[in-house]
Design a protein around this ligand. Structure first.
Ligand code: FAD
Length: 218
């Protein structure tokens, strides 16, 4: 497998991996061009940020394992992938090493943001720590109740984690992707984008539809 850690910087070398990336569209290059601009796939704002971005000639797009039926436009590049559980563990341990303290508590939402901040301040006081000079509200969708912000709504996303690391990252314009989780021996198959769905349990129908992506990771 051509999976290699980045070496340009201490954090990169630990947590950021590079390997072959591939994307394919069911739209033709002409359709993409006329919809957007004179460049193929201009909506790929990140194309100038990755190394080795290259469009694949249509003569190479015969249907098969690599390119599913209907593929009309494709590109290869060097993908960057972060193993998120590993990354979050690294961030937390850096904070703790620098003297930070970790609290886990559900802040009440019935008193609004002010009530939540008062609760947070009480937690800090109970732990005999100095008063906080700054609070960061990073409650995600929880801000809907906490702030409150009625404009917020959920977008449910589901993925399947399977054993085995794919040889590269593959993305399609159908919101489907195969992304290896470097160093873990697993691969993420995704995904869904279900706007307004609060139901948090996974759907088994999704499992069979996503596992059909497995050949793309071979
Ligand atoms: C299936 C799926 C796959 C994804 N894949 C990717 C990916 O590959 N790459 C990527 O960049 N992004 C991905 N995302 C998106 C990414 O997960 C989110 O953008 C990110 O988690 C948002 O982080 P956040 O810290 O803002 O919010 P969250 O992760 O939602 O964290 C908010 C936290 O606040 C806590 N909280 C809320 N209310 C309260 C309260 N009253 N008191 C105390 N705590 C509270 C919650 O419990 C939660 O822990 C994915 C999302 C999904 C659903």
């Amino acid at each position: 497998m051509n999976l290699r850690p980045r070496t340009d910087g201490p954090v990169y070398s630990l947590l950021v991996y590079q390997f072959p990336g591939l994307l394919h569209y069911s739209q033709s290059a002409d359709e993409v061009r006329s919809a957007q601009s004179s460049e193929v796939a201009p909506q790929l704002w990140w194309r100038s940020l990755v190394e080795d971005f290259e469009e694949i000639p249509s003569s190479h797009l015969s249907s098969g394992i690599k390119f599913p039926p209907g593929t009309q436009t494709a590109a290869s590049f060097t993908a960057i992938c972060i193993n998120v559980p590993q990354h979050l563990t690294y961030l937390l341990s850096s904070i703790l090493t620098a003297g930070g303290k970790e609290f886990k508590a559900r802040l009440p939402t019935d008193g609004g943001l002010t009530g939540a901040l008062e609760s947070a301040a009480a937690l800090i006081k109970d732990a005999n720590l100095p008063e906080a000079g700054l609070y960061v509200n990073a409650t995600g969708l929880g801000a809907k109740e906490l702030v409150p912000d009625d404009r917020m709504y959920p977008v449910k996303g589901q993925t399947v984690l399977v054993r085995g690391e794919a040889k590269g990252a593959t993305t399609t314009d159908q919101n489907r992707y195969v992304i290896p989780r470097p160093g873990s021996g697993t691969t993420i198959l995704g995904g869904t984008r279900e706007v307004g769905i609060w139901y948090a349990l996974p759907s088994s129908a999704l499992f069979s539809s996503l596992t059909r992506l497995l050949p793309m990771g071979c």
